[in-house]
Structure formats: C-alpha cells, structure tokens
Design a protein around this ligand. Structure first.
Ligand SMILES: Nc1ncnc2c1ncn2[C@@H]1O[C@H](COP(=O)(O)OP(=O)(O)OP(=O)(O)O)[C@@H](O)[C@H]1O
Ligand SMILES: [Mg+2]
Length: 223
C-alpha cells in the first residue's frame, strides 16, 4: 500500500468538500479518480501532496502521515511524488532542459549525469529533440508531455496526474495515456484525476468517483 485516506473530512472555510472519504492505493497501481468539475478531485490530490491537511481523518503517503506532518518534511514527501499539475506550471523563460534540471534534486550529481537523466525522461515522452525549445514554442500536447517528463525525472513512487488530457484532442489524449500506462508498467503507481470518461473507458483500471462529498467505487463507466 502506497496511499490511504482514512475517514477524511475537508472543507474550505466551512464549505464542506469531502465528507468522510476512504480509499487505499497499492504500490504500482493505476487508479482513476473521476467526478464532475468542482467535485473535489484537485483537492484530493492536494491532500496527497499535503498542500492541504484534512479537517479530520488521516492521509498516509508512503511513510508520511498527515497527523505528524511538519512543514520541514514537505520537501521530502514531494521528492517521492511526481505531480502533473492541471495548469502545467512550466517556467516560460527557461528551456525545456532547464525546466527539468530545475526540479532535479541531485544538485551534487555530475553535469553529465543530469543531462542523461533529462535526456531519458524527455525520450520517454518523445521530446528529446525539443530540449532547447521554450515552453511557449510547444503545442499543448507537447507541453503536457514535458510536464510528464518533469514528473518522472526524480523516479517517484507515485505520480499524481491532474486532468492530464485536459484541452487535448482525442488522439493526443490517447498518446498521453499510452505514456502514463508505460510509466505505470515500469512499476510506478499512477493516480489520474479526470473528467474525461473516454480515456477511462479506453484504458480500464480501478475507478473511484467523487460525488456530493463522497467517494464511490465505479465498476463500469457508462457515460
Ligand atoms: N482555495 C479554495 N478556496 C475555496 N474554495 C475552493 C478552493 N479551491 C477549490 N475550492 C472549491 O472546492 C470545490 C472543489 O474544487 P476542486 O478544484 O477540488 O474540484 P475539481 O474536481 O478538481 O474540479 P475540476 O474538474 O474543475 O478541476 C469547488 O467548488 C471549488 O470552487
Ligand atoms: Mg481540478
């Protein structure tokens, strides 16, 4: 088990978002979290990378536990996670290569080793030839792939993908899913938050649905 939510309650200034939710995720698992816009998917991810803490209940990620979380542990937790943000968060004044080296924590590693890691991550998403480009010179799908490369570069135990196919056409979405499935097949757990039911239907895996502050297991997605 890599992740667990135990009786989680969460609200934003008294406005309840999660009303006692429970789930676990196995290491190496591919898991979907679906739900309408505003149902709380991003909030769940923020609870996992402990940008937010629950009002009550326990979030456990690897050896980290929300009850005992301190500010100084947060970077250690983040190092174990690969986060694919809904809004990309690429640095526009840096090249793709610089965006990736920016998050590499091996500051003491030799330059050659850093270059190799960046090249490998970019190769996996098919973008090693664009390493000297700037984010604004790339298409939305290409930027999404850079964000995936950035998420995997530190060999995370868990990837959190927030709407990884948002704003992408069906072919590009399918391509992104192939990359995420490939990463998963190499042993990394991947949690995908999405309202793109098409990708869930086309790439079946255990699926949880957020609805009216609760979390349900969905056996078959029909719409
Ligand atoms: N910082 C905040 N302060 C107050 N309310 C917030 C905050 N962030 C999110 N919310 C509200 O909490 C609810 C859940 O938001 P969240 O971003 O988790 O939804 P989501 O399922 O990720 O939606 P989407 O599919 O549009 O990304 C929404 O009603 C949103 O308006
Ligand atoms: Mg969201």
């Amino acid at each position: 088990m890599i992740l667990s939510f135990e009786n989680i309650y969460f609200d934003y200034e008294g406005h309840s978002i999660l009303n006692g939710i429970n789930f676990v995720m196995d290491s190496g698992e591919l898991l979907y979290m679906i739900g309408a816009s505003g149902s709380g998917k991003t909030t769940v991810l923020k609870l996992i990378y402990m940008d937010l803490l629950p009002k009550s209940g326990i979030v456990a990620v690897g050896e980290f536990n929300s009850q005992f979380m301190k500010e100084k542990y947060v970077p250690m937790l983040r190092r174990k996670l690969g986060i694919i943000f809904q809004d990309f968060r690429l640095l526009n004044d840096r090249t793709i290569e610089e965006n990736l080296s920016f998050v590499l924590h091996s500051v003491t590693a030799p330059k050659k080793e850093i270059k190799r890691k960046i090249f490998n991550a970019l190769s996996l998403v098919g973008l090693s030839h664009r390493r000297n480009s700037y984010p604004y010179q790339l298409s939305g799908g290409e930027q999404q792939r850079v964000v995936i490369a950035r998420a995997i570069i530190n060999d995370p135990i868990l990837i959190l993908a927030d709407e990884p196919t948002g704003n992408l056409d069906p072919d590009t979405s399918a391509q992104i899913m192939e990359i995420l499935k490939d990463i998963n097949a190499r042993g990394t757990a991947v949690l995908i938050a999405t309202h793109n039911y098409e990708i869930v239907k086309n790439n079946p895996a255990r699926t949880l649905k957020l609805q009216e502050e609760k979390l349900y297991t969905v056996s078959l997605v029909t719409s």
